[in-house]
Design a protein around this ligand. Structure first.
Ligand code: GRF
Length: 206
């Protein structure tokens, strides 16, 4: 038996995507091990969720480091020490620098609450509402140097309804996030994602 993929998650807040990933792995739906949850915020609910699932919860305090680069280096070392082969950025609110991006190129997935390349950056659901979009959704993509610019792995669309508020739309988007992020991790774990420039090909199951 080949060794199972070890997954690490970076999260700054609520952690609902992290929990969806943890549950998908626990239920046997994704052939991987959830190795560690790393947060840059001591009070992130994601840390509590990790503990509740018996997953190592690691707070890496940015204030303990002289620079953004040093903080990021500590996170990279923590992930490497735990043999992490795939990092999932699940609501991690810090920009990740070139050293991290290079180190985890092709091995780091991010989830974003819009159909990229529409509405990158903060408040994607608010942007969709303000733009009057009729459809929005969620995207899982590989991390690259840009903000929400990397090669797209999976997307799912949701309608924007006439009475939607940022809250109701976010809730509808979140439901599909919780479906496509574990699905993308499963495809990665099964070795079925092939990067080809900007494109990601999904191979048939062997
Ligand atoms: C999600 O909407 C995700 O797409 C975005 O940040 C939010 C994180 O939510 N990147 P949660 O912490 O996973 O509940």
């Amino acid at each position: 038996m080949p060794e199972l993929l070890r997954v690490g998650v970076l999260a700054s807040g609520r952690g609902s995507n992290f929990e969806a990933l943890a549950k998908a792995i626990e239920s046997g739906g994704v052939p991987a091990v959830m190795a560690v949850l790393v947060s840059d915020r001591a009070t992130a609910p994601a840390l509590e969720i990790a503990r509740a699932h018996g997953i190592e919860a690691l707070f890496v305090d940015p204030k303990q480091y002289p620079s953004r680069e040093a903080h990021e280096k500590a996170i990279m070392a923590a992930l490497d020490e735990r043999g992490v082969g795939l990092v999932c950025q699940a609501g991690y609110m810090r920009i990740l620098g070139p050293a991290y991006i290079e180190h985890f190129r092709g091995r780091a997935l991010n989830i974003h609450p819009s159909l990229l390349p529409a509405f990158p950056g903060l408040h994607a659901q608010r942007q969709a509402l303000e733009h009057g979009a009729k459809v929005t959704g969620a995207t899982v993509h590989f991390a690259d140097e840009g903000v929400d610019t990397g090669p797209i792995v999976l997307q799912a669309a949701v309608p924007v309804l006439p009475d939607d508020t940022e809250e109701t739309l976010s809730r509808r988007v979140l439901e599909v996030e919780h479906r496509i992020f574990p699905e993308a991790v499963r495809l990665f774990a099964e070795g079925r994602l092939a990067l080809d420039g900007r494109r990601v090909h999904i191979r048939e199951r062997a």
